[in-house]
Design a binder for this molecule. Sequence first.
Ligand code: IPD
Ligand code: CA
Ligand code: CA
Length: 276
Amino acid sequence: MAVDGVERRIFAEKLAIEAGRLALSYQEQGDLKVRSKGVLDWVTEADVEIEQLIRRRISESFPHDAVLGEEEGDDTPEIGEGASIWVVDPIDGTTCFVSGLPSWCVSIACVDREGEPFLGVIYDPSRSEMFSALAGHGFAINDRDVPAPSKGITDGLVGVGHPRNAPAEPTLTFLERLFAVGGLSYNAGSAALALAYVAAGRLVGFFESDLRAWDALAGEVLIRESGGWSTSFMRDGSLMTSKPVLAANRASASALWDLAGDMLEGCSRPNVHGPM
Ligand code: IPD
Ligand code: CA
Ligand code: CA
């Protein structure tokens, strides 16, 4: 990590709070202008405006960095472009956001020139919770360090997301296997927030069969820094391909791999066990 990660972390936390509060004001005021991208796939004026705000702030403070965002992804940066690449989901959990539910967040990650994600910031405006991690500097919630979670898969809930416009089979297979071993599932409606909950110890793990970089990268950094295990989104060297994501605390990683490992091409069984 040649760039200044500490400076970027402070900046990203401030920016996520600004963006999150703006999004919350849209949700509270109601009457959102919503455009449909497909079945249960919406984009609101808030998604677009907040991504623009985030892009503007990044280019003011880090003019040599590149940005990949969900809503304006056309100008796709390549690994190695700029000092680092910011990967942004202005609102993750738009379906919840539009439905007036509190389970959504702003997700901001940073990837270095080698393609390694090194910074993850996930802000939940509804609960004023900041989940943040910088590689080598640990994981914090609202600036407080959190003990490494260590519950087994039947001692807590496993987050399971189902991607829109994707086959149901991998999700159903995972759920069937989870129920068969006595586990229970929870759908947060926001993959990024679910990953933050794994880092926080509120969920023991998370699976979704098809995610994009802006859904997964910030959470991956949080989970690694919390002592947990996650598939590597950059395992195929691409920021732009969608792929399955599995993540867990150390105590649950092997058991979850047993349920989903055969659906995780290019990944290896986690070599982590029990508490740190
Ligand atoms: C979605 C959410 C959802 C997940 C979908 C994502 P969006 O992102 O993370 O939980 O199941 O796969 O696309 O559209 O709300 O940014
Ligand atoms: Ca998303
Ligand atoms: Ca989004």
